[in-house]
Design a binder for this molecule. Sequence first.
Ligand SMILES: *[C@@H]1O[C@H](CO)[C@@H](O)[C@H](O)[C@H]1NC(C)=O
Ligand SMILES: *[C@@H]1O[C@H](CO)[C@@H](O)[C@H](O)[C@H]1NC(C)=O
Ligand SMILES: *[C@@H]1O[C@H](CO)[C@@H](O)[C@H](O)[C@H]1NC(C)=O
Ligand SMILES: *[C@@H]1O[C@H](CO)[C@@H](O)[C@H](O)[C@H]1NC(C)=O
Length: 791
Amino acid sequence: MFVTVSLLLVILCVQGGHGEGREEAQRPGHVSVVIVGATGDLAKKYLWKGFFQLYVNQVSRGNTFSFYGGGLSPADKATPLFFEILKAVSCPKDVSQERCALLKEQFLRLSQYRQLKTLEHYQDLAKRIEKHHQDEGMTEAGRLFYLSVPAFAYADIADKINNSCRPTGGAWLRVVLEKPFGHDFASAQVLASQLESSLREQEMYRIDHYLGKQVIAKILPFRIENKKFLDPIWNRHHIERVEIVLKETLDVKGRIPFYDQYGVIRDVIQNHLTEVMMLLTMRLPLNLSSSEEVARNKLRILSSVLPLVKTQAVIGQYRAYKSEVQQELNKTKGHVSLTPTFAAVLAHIDEAQYEGVPVLFISGKMLDERVGYARILFRNDVFCLQSHDSVHCKPKQIVFHFGHGSLRYPAILVSKNLFKPVSTDGEWKEVTEHSDVNVLGLPVSDYYVQTPTEQREAYEELIPHIFAGHKNSFISTENLLASWALWTPLLNSLDSSFPLIYPGGADNGDLLDVRLTGKDISYSSEVVIISPDQMGGASANGFQVIQGKFRNAEMVSAWAEELLEQLAADVQEAAEAALRESGVFHLALSGGSTPLALFHRLALHHFSFPWRDTHVWMVDERCVPLTEPESNFNALHNHLLQHVRIPYFNIHPMPVQLNHRLCVEEDRGAQLYEKELGKLVNGSSFHFVLLGAGYDGHTASLFPGAEVGELGESLVALTESPAKPHQRMSLTFSAINRAHRVALLVMGKGKHELITQLSRVQDNQGKWPVTGVKPAPGRLVWYIDYDALLG
Ligand SMILES: *[C@@H]1O[C@H](CO)[C@@H](O)[C@H](O)[C@H]1NC(C)=O
Ligand SMILES: *[C@@H]1O[C@H](CO)[C@@H](O)[C@H](O)[C@H]1NC(C)=O
Ligand SMILES: *[C@@H]1O[C@H](CO)[C@@H](O)[C@H](O)[C@H]1NC(C)=O
Ligand SMILES: *[C@@H]1O[C@H](CO)[C@@H](O)[C@H](O)[C@H]1NC(C)=O
């Protein structure tokens, strides 16, 4: 099974191999390649093909190879599958069928599967490698371990490699790692320090396969080759905007257990798109072959990106994601994931060269097309009065088109009103025959177009770099941590934000369009989204919701989640009924913590809720400024209003602050609210009033002992609470009892005592204010969860 093929010894020339003493010298000899995770998806799809190509290219250059496929399964089980994968590997295009068949046969003979689970397995592997060298009288050049395994296994495998598989006698060790490299700054740091105890920095090759994409690998050479054209315009005076975009059409079905922990920012923006940003904006290295200088310049620009805050990002989630999560994570129907599958982030760089230039990162799943690109859009100060299609009037831009999209091939496009780029690189050619397509607003014939003479996959590009010890295309520990340091605070601040739900594909329309306003970004579309609610809430079938009576009124009872689902559905039903009757829905909402879960439910599940025709009123308010966390309006805003498309003039906070003071009788805030109510609400009768009940039996801000009966006919009043802040503004029973429908929501074990007492006591508004809720013309429904009902 294992025979060495003798080869001509030719001195291997490696471009830029010494890098200030850091990159290791290449000497010809025997190379052992070990892929750990040899039969996994990545290995099957790309790695073995890449290593076969490496073998084909190196076979006549003096190195000999052995290939080991490692995995957790025992050899007798995995070997047949392993060889099946190897046999299926395709030949490089420039090699004849005949020669390829021969090389393939050799490749198979040089390959073997080994179980790599315990330290002993690694020790055996090392013995195998050393014995092989002795038997064949070979000099060792190096050992390359490719860890194509989940990241949690890295530290352990690196430790085993350090303990048993280090080569001696000047041969090199290289260990290749695939993302994810952590989940945030802290976890990346932990992983980095674990790896550091087993491997030296120059031995680690962290792959970002984006750096192997031909167009991305060409960004720096392009900037250098065209320096004389770019120098005058590559700055804030000329650049309008930088866009780095990766649009995908696929969903994440099947990958949810991974994806739900990460989301789009961690999955592609923190790594791939950030790398592209650095290549576009970093200071050009004097020596492109010096990976140290390149890494240093990258780090410098990354550290100049201004801290990212919440207002600089918008997030979205495709509609079907939720049910995919429920299915793959085995969650109940009420489970909600806030993981974004779409994000747009606006960054700025704190360097004079780029001051004020927006750098936009965008990526998402389930979008309308598959495409990746970076565009530098330049300002165009020409105003064309008549000949609008003259080249001077068109967008001035450079597009690094990574692949796919309408163009379908990787290319660098420079609009003809900029300059004609030069290329001294034999591996690139100019395209002059153009198909009839548009790229970012320009027909492709309006660009100078360069494309690689031969298209190669990222892994085919990167594997030779690992072999040659070129570290430029890999992520250093320092840069990795700097990238997490930039993204982690933003990720934390978005932690509990609601993503905008989008339908997916072409149906997204302009829903995900964004607007840049100064340093902030927002969704630009202002239309109300009306779409069928596919995400639950539509029916209560299958849930244990019991209907009954409580204090001679209707009662709905269920576990908390189902209860809220029912209540949200009832609110929506009332809204639709009111709309049919009078074209508008007047909803009054209480403060406190109990309704917050209802607000979430409405924001996240009720996409067809008619917010545009809904007026939201307050049942009560604390006498604090509306911007304070204690303000009921503030909570309502944060938990509901900012997540739905409701016109601002439909929102009616209570005027607790007038003339720069809070709740002063003579400022007549209560009367003002009553007047507004009388003007907008027919008969001052709300369609729906949501109330809670406090432990002491209070409701709205009508507290026991206060002479709530003395408020007479007034609809809004200032009241006193025994708890701080004492002063309140509240609807009175006169207002509440005019409503068409009142819901009394009581939840939690802590309310069991109250419910028990209320079930026994007579109406006594003074002692138990909540017993005064009796909407004369309307319906009262108690919503009581099982915890409160049963204790
Ligand atoms: C550029 O860097 C490479 C690798 O570090 C080195 O071998 C080469 O001598 C450098 N060239 C110049 C001109 O400094
Ligand atoms: C590797 O293991 C040796 C001992 O087995 C230890 O001294 C060394 O610090 C470890 N790490 C590196 C990077 O060599
Ligand atoms: C999935 O959920 C069902 C019902 O809730 C349960 O019986 C089953 O054990 C769960 N399976 C897993 C893998 O958690
Ligand atoms: C206002 O309410 C009254 C009494 O319920 C009703 O007859 C009338 O049609 C309503 N007006 C409008 C404009 O809805």
